[in-house]
Design a protein. Structure first.
Length: 120
């Protein structure tokens, strides 16, 4: 998506070009400028949506523990973690690392699982 400053500059350039066209009435100029502005503003997000869909489709399919499970339930379903990091903070937050993902706990309950992405 274009920064607002670029859109404003393009809008003013388009308006100057339209003003140079002698045959257009003021109402026609305003309609044309509105349509061109709408086209410029709406072209950016459509490209971003396509990129987002592509990145989601290419995400690896890794089964991770769901939020709210206890440490013992996760150990039973997914086995022992590769690394158990000690709790930090208050409330205590613990991290278990598995191959490809990490699980974060508050006390004994899973808060969230995070998939590791390879560095680019």
């Amino acid at each position: 998506m274009l920064p607002v400053s670029d859109i404003v500059i393009r809008f003013s350039e388009i308006y100057e070009i339209i003003n140079q066209i002698k045959g257009l009435k003021m109402k026609s100029r305003r309609i044309l400028v509105s349509l061109l502005t709408l086209l410029l503003v709406n072209s950016g997000p459509a490209l971003a949506d396509v990129l987002l869909v592509d990145s989601i489709q290419s995400a690896p399919q890794i089964q991770t523990p769901r939020d709210g499970l206890t440490m013992s339930q996760i150990r039973q379903q997914f086995g022992n973690p590769k690394t158990e990091l000690p709790a930090v903070g208050d409330p205590p937050i613990t991290r278990w690392e598995y191959d490809g993902y990490s699980v974060f706990f508050e006390h004994n309950l899973a808060l969230h699982s995070v998939i590791h992405h390879p560095a680019k």
